[in-house]
Write a protein that binds this ligand. Sequence first.
Ligand code: FE
Length: 130
Amino acid sequence: MSPVDKTDDEWRATLTPKQYAVLRKHDTEHPGTSPLLHEHRPGVFVCAGCGQELFSSDAKYESGSGWPSFYAASDHAVGTAEDSTLGMRRVEIHCSQCGGHLGHVFPDGPQPTGERYCTNGASLVFKPEE
Ligand code: FE
């Protein structure tokens, strides 16, 4: 079965509570808490829900936000949606394969893109280069 087709109960059974809260319920992890903030090895960050590659370590940078940040996503890996919750207009980002919520993208990132993909580390799994 494709991971895209999982029911809510199946997601709940296969993800940790923190992964489930972020990916399936749009929760936001507390800033400064993700172990991936300190991940500096070469490799790729994949979706914790379905395993699709989302970000390369090449695009990771220190934003100072307390959330793992990237200036670009891997090709066709990340979808966007308007988010007007919390009284703000933001652009939500999610895995294009399973729809899992990742975080938001903001137009205040570094060159070459000027974008800041601000992610919840709980939505990602790091795969070091072999
Ligand atoms: Fe996914």
